[in-house]
Design a protein around this ligand. Structure first.
Ligand SMILES: [Fe+2]
Length: 461
């Protein structure tokens, strides 16, 4: 779903003036300094054949090296590293040949030694990461992917209609592999970070958020790592065809003309063709891009799209696409609360979306999804930080689920901000009066990621 035509067919979504966007600061790239203190950081000039490299001083996603964990087998490999601007490297003495004990550590401080994806995986196998650390790594990946995805759009725009180019999707795939791995440790963070917003880059942020939500939903389905990775890739590239939309249409704040809407509605087929011809990715990725606006009632586009031809991944991602578009603030309308968005989706599943995936999204997130700002019946205001389970069923009401969730209380019943927020666990079954009287999009209260990071000790454990 694009930012321009997202809610045309979804009832109950108000359009108001622009509000304050979430403000975020950029962070350093994925980084882990001297993991477990067992590695040695040295100048590349001291590197020798036989040393085992585990990290370099460039963002691992920005280099041409497929792996950053390897044994140096020739002087040529060292020269190649130097020619790519690498000055400091991290080596593992235990896996290196020769005695490294007398090695001089480079004088230049290794301020940005980064660990490649392989190391992230190794770290996670060795030591359970705290939720806070997982969330931090995911945040860095989110911001990295937004930047990289934006650059990809610009690159493709430059190449225009050229026929003989190929897009290197390797860095995206590696980042998604990392995210998938991190998400297995702490899926809540995937859901929470899918609320990161930026009105400047909303198109790109939307694609990254759909990627995060795709991995979250895949996680709830207990899919294999390979299947989850495919879901993530499909989620990331579903709107890639938007590159062809003129910027003046993309950034237009006024209602679109029918001609402009027709141009936007070309993006599924544009994306499908682009992926098939220029990306080295599975066919499923192209299909999802081409079919993600099909609808059961034939009200989607391109005209004539047959919903019966769509597969499970497409249907799951189209549901997520609608969800993210609904909760996201746009310059021309405000986002709704995640709870409200789920209700809209369940309603839309009566005719246009797939009821199975609307239900799965609901079961995976609960009545009050993580990130929803809630006003409790007692008057306190807080943000949902954890959804405990949807598996417990109320006795005698097998079809209805007991909802258990945690809320970080930020304001007391008199509306005063708390200096020390606290966690409140809530439980609700459908026969009881709801403990929540109102739900909001979290940006209503200007609760941005920076603020939540400051609150991390209260909710991440
Ligand atoms: Fe779309």
């Amino acid at each position: 779903m694009s930012g321009k035509e997202d809610c045309n067919r979804i009832p109950g979504v108000s359009r108001k003036a622009a509000r304050l966007p979430l403000i975020r600061q950029s962070r350093p790239p994925l980084m882990e300094e001297n993991v477990l203190n067992k590695y040695l950081t040295i100048s590349v000039d001291d590197l020798k054949v036989g040393y085992y490299v585990v990290g370099i001083d460039k963002n691992w996603l920005e280099t041409p090296f497929l792996s950053h964990r390897f044994l140096i087998r020739s002087d040529g490999e060292i020269e190649r590293m130097k020619s790519h601007g690498i000055r400091m490297v991290m080596v593992d003495p235990n896996r290196s040949e020769g005695d490294l004990s007398r090695l001089q550590i480079g004088e230049e401080a290794p301020t940005n030694i980064t660990v490649p994806s392989e190391d992230v995986r190794k770290i996670m196998e060795d030591v359970p990461l705290s939720p806070a650390r997982v969330t931090e790594l995911m945040t860095q990946l989110h911001e990295y992917l937004v930047r990289r995805y934006k650059a990809l759009f610009e690159d493709i725009r430059e190449k225009g209609g050229g026929s003989s180019f190929s897009i290197d999707t390797g860095p995206f795939v590696r980042a998604i592999e990392d995210l998938e791995k991190l998400g297995r440790h702490f899926p809540d963070a995937l859901l929470f970070l899918a609320h990161l917003q930026s009105t400047d880059d909303d198109l790109y942020v939307h694609s990254i958020n759909v990627l995060f939500l795709s991995l979250y939903l895949a996680n709830t389905q207990k899919l294999s790592a390979e299947e989850s990775l495919l879901w993530g890739i499909c989620g990331l590239f579903h709107d890639i065809g938007m590159f062809k939309i003129p910027l003046e249409i993309l950034h237009k704040k006024e209602p679109l003309t029918s001609g402009e809407r027709a141009i936007i509605q070309e993006h599924p087929l544009v994306g499908e063709r682009l992926i098939r011809e220029h990306f080295q990715l599975p066919e499923e990725v192209a299909r999802v891009a081409g079919q993600h606006h099909f609808r059961r009632d034939a009200g989607g586009y391109p005209p004539g799209g047959d919903f019966a031809q769509t597969g499970a991944v497409t249907r799951a991602i189209m549901t997520i696409d609608v969800f993210d578009a609904l909760i996201t603030d746009r310059p021309y309308r405000e986002g709704v609360s995640p709870s409200r968005a789920l209700k809209v989706i369940v309603d839309a599943a009566k005719d246009s979306l797939d009821p199975r995936w609307a239900t799965q999204l609901f079961l995976g997130m609960g009545v009050y999804p993580i990130g929803t700002v809630v006003e409790l019946s007692g008057g306190e205001i807080g943000i949902v930080t954890k959804y405990h389970s949807s598996s417990e069923r109320q006795e005698g009401v097998a079809s209805r689920l007991v909802q258990k969730f945690s809320v970080l209380i930020l304001k007391n019943r008199s509306g005063f901000p708390l200096t020390k927020p606290f966690m409140k666990n809530l439980s609700w079954s459908p026969k009881e009066p709801p403990p929540v009287t109102k739900t909001h999009n979290h940006s209503d209260f200007m609760i941005d990621w920076e603020r939540l990071q400051g609150l991390a000790p209260y909710w991440m454990g």
